[in-house]
Design a protein around this ligand. Structure first.
Ligand code: 5AD
Ligand code: SF4
Length: 508
C-alpha cells in the first residue's frame, strides 16, 4: 500500500496559490505518466480519449486489486437537475470500468463523489455542509478518495474554497473534464498531489464512454450540453459553457440500443433542447430529431426537457402532435408573467408571446398538459408584476409548477441589480402562488376521475400493495397491483382523488 497510504502526505506538495485552472497540481515525478498524458485534451480525437481513459481505468483496476483486500466501492451523490443525474450516470460508468461497485452510503465507500449544483444558493449550502461531514470519514479511513465535481466546482472561487478549507478533498473538477475521471483517480492513487481541473473544453462530448444507468426501463439521453441564452439570473451558461449538440446518429443509436434493451421511456435532455442542432456541421432542428426518434420501432415513449419559449416553434409543436410516441406534456418555463420582468431577465419573449404559444400547443394537442418553472422576487419585481405571474398561472392552468424564490448568483448581471423587496415579502408571494397552484392541480386532478389512461408502471405506490404509474400527461396514478407490472404499460381507470389520483387496473 505504499503509494496509496501516502496520498495525504503528498498533498503537502500542492500549490498554495490559487489553482491554475487548467492543470493538475504538481503530478508527482514517480507517477508513470505516458508522454501524451499532459497534452492538451482538445487536440485528441474521441477515439484517442476513449482509449487513453480506458487505459487509466485498467490501471486503476489492477492497482486496487493489488492494494485492497476487498472489492472497491464508490458512492456518488448527485445534487440538482436531470442533466446532473445523467452526468452522474456517465461518471458511474467510468467508476464501474475502474472496478468500483456501487456503495449504498459514503460510510461504506472507498471513493466518494459529489456531483454539485450551482443554480441556487440553497443547493450550494447543502453541498458545503455535506463536504464538511466527510472529514470524519477521511479521518477514519485515510485511504478514502473524495472527489467533488460539477457546476459548483466549475467556478474558481468554489474550487479555491475547497482547496483552502477542505484539505481532505482529493479531486476537484468542473463540468467540462469529467470524462477524465479515470486519469484523475489513477494519478491520485499513484501519489499525485490534490487534483484541481477546471479547464473549459470547447469539445467535451465523448461518444462511446461507459454509462451505468440508474433505471432499467426509463433512461435519460442528453442531446446537447451548455446554454447560449444568458438569462440574467442564471449561472448555467457560466458553468456549462456554450451550446454543443451531439451528432444525431449517436443519439439515434443510443435510443435504438436502449429500446432493444427493453427501455420504455426516453427523456431527451438539454438546457434548451429547442435549440438543438444549430451548431452541428449539418444543422438540424429539434423537431426533425424528434421525428427521427419517433420512427425507431418499438413500444416506448419520448419526453424531453427543458424547452425555452423563445425557441419553441410551431414546427416543434406539430412534430409533437404528429409523433405518436412523444408524450403530450410540455415543460415550458415562463419564469415571470410580467413582460417588464421578462425583459430584465433577458428572456426574449413577452407575456403575450408565451400565451400565444400555449394556445397553439392546445390547438394542436387539445389534451396536452403543461408545467413550468417560475422565479418569484426577481430584483426590482413589484407586487403588481407578481400579480401578472399569478394571473398567467390562473389563465394557463399548469398541471405542475416548480417555483423558486430568486437566489442571487455571483457573476450574473441580475446579482448587481438593486433588490429592495425583503425575503419575507417574497416568501408571502411565493405562498400565494403555491396556494393558487394547489387549487388548480386539485381541480385538474378531479377532472381526471372517471377517465382511462395508459400508464407506465414505475414504482411502488405510497400505500402497501399499490403501484404508481405515469400517464402521457406526466400525471401519477396509484392503483392496486403487484410489482410484476413495473416497467410495463397498463390501462388504468382513475376512480378517486385522495392525496393522489387513485385508479384500478383494467384487463389487457
Ligand atoms: N434563482 C432562482 N431560481 C433560479 N433558476 C435558475 N436560476 C435561478 C436563480 N438564480 C430556476 C429557473 C430555472 C430553474 C432550473 O431554476 O426557474 O428554469
Ligand atoms: Fe439558465 Fe436561461 Fe439557459 Fe435555462 S435558458 S439554463 S434559465 S440561461
Amino acid at each position: 500500500m505504499k503509494n496509496f497510504s501516502n496520498t495525504m502526505e503528498n498533498g503537502a506538495a500542492e500549490s498554495t496559490k490559487s489553482a491554475a485552472n487548467n492543470s493538475i497540481d504538481n503530478p508527482q515525478k514517480n507517477a508513470p505518466l505516458a508522454a501524451k498524458e499532459n497534452a492538451p485534451a482538445a487536440q485528441s480525437t474521441n477515439e484517442d480519449r476513449l482509449l487513453e481513459q480506458s487505459g487509466y481505468s485498467a490501471r486503476v483496476k489492477s492497482f486496487l486489486l493489488k492494494n485492497l483486500s476487498h472489492r472497491p466501492k464508490a458512492f456518488v451523490h448527485t445534487y440538482g437537475c436531470q442533466q446532473n443525474v445523467s452526468d452522474s450516470e456517465q461518471l458511474k460508468g467510468l467508476l464501474s470500468s475502474m472496478g468500483y461497485e456501487e456503495a449504498s452510503s459514503a460510510e461504506d465507500a472507498d471513493f466518494v463523489l459529489f456531483n454539485t449544483c450551482a443554480v441556487r444558493e440553497h443547493a450550494e449550502d447543502r453541498v458545503w455542509g455535506n463536504i464538511g461531514s466527510l472529514k470524519k470519514l477521511k479521518e477514519q479511513n485515510p485511504r478514502l478518495i473524495i472527489a467533488v465535481c460539477g457546476c459548483m466546482m466549475q467556478q474558481q472561487a468554489n474550487a479555491d474554497r475547497v482547496r483552502r478549507s477542505f484539505p481532505y478533498v482529493d479531486l476537484v473538477f468542473g463540468t467540462f473534464q469529467r470524462w477524465r475521471l479515470p486519469e484523475f483517480v489513477y494519478k491520485r492513487l499513484l501519489g499525485s498531489a490534490r487534483i484541481f481541473v477546471l479547464k473549459e473544453e470547447p469539445n467535451d462530448i465523448i461518444e462511446g464512454a461507459p454509462i451505468r444507468r440508474d433505471g432499467t426501463f426509463k433512461a435519460w439521453v442528453p442531446i446537447m450540453y451548455g446554454c447560449n441564452n444568458f438569462c440574467t439570473y442564471c449561472i448555467v451558461p457560466f458553468v456549462r459553457g456554450r451550446e454543443r449538440s451531439r451528432e444525431p446518429q449517436h443519439i439515434l443509436k443510443e435510443v435504438e440500443d436502449l429500446v432493444a434493451d427493453g427501455c420504455r421511456e426516453i427523456t431527451l435532455l438539454g438546457q434548451n433542447v429547442n435549440s438543438y442542432g444549430k451548431n452541428l456541421q449539418n444543422p438540424m432542428t429539434f423537431a426533425a430529431l424528434l421525428r427521427k426518434i419517433n420512427e425507431i420501432p418499438g413500444d416506448f415513449r419520448i419526453r424531453f426537457m427543458t424547452s425555452h419559449p423563445r425557441d419553441c416553434t410551431e414546427e416543434l409543436l406539430s412534430a409533437m402532435a404528429e409523433s405518436e410516441k412523444v408524450c403530450h406534456h410540455l415543460h415550458l418555463p415562463f419564469q415571470s408573467g410580467s413582460s417588464r420582468v421578462l425583459k430584465a431577465m433577458n428572456r426574449h419573449y413577452n407575456r403575450e408571446d408565451y400565451l400565444k404559444l400555449i394556445d397553439l400547443a392546445r390547438k394542436l394537442m387539445p389534451d396536452i398538459t403543461l408545467s413550468s418553472d417560475i422565479i418569484v422576487g426577481f430584483p426590482g419585481e413589484t407586487y403588481e408584476d407578481f400579480r401578472e405571474t399569478l394571473s398567467l398561472v390562473e389563465r394557463v392552468r399548469f398541471s405542475q409548477l416548480f417555483t423558486f424564490i430568486y437566489s442571487p448568483r455571483g457573476g450574473t448581471p441580475a446579482a448587481k441589480l438593486p433588490d429592495p423587496v425583503s425575503r419575507k415579502e417574497k416568501g408571502r408571494w411565493f405562498d400565494e402562488l403555491l396556494k393558487a397552484q394547489e387549487r388548480i392541480s386539485s381541480e385538474l386532478n378531479r377532472a381526471a376521475v372517471g377517465k382511462t389512461f395508459e400508464v407506465l408502471c414505475e414504482d411502488e405506490g405510497r400505500r402497501e400493495g399499490y403501484i404508481a404509474g405515469r400517464t402521457t400527461h406526466n400525471t401519477v396514478v396509484e392503483f392496486p397491483a403487484d410489482r410484476s407490472v413495473i416497467g410495463q404499460f397498463k390501462k388504468v381507470k382513475v376512480t378517486a382523488l385522495s392525496s393522489v389520483l387513485e385508479g384500478t387496473l383494467l384487463e389487457d
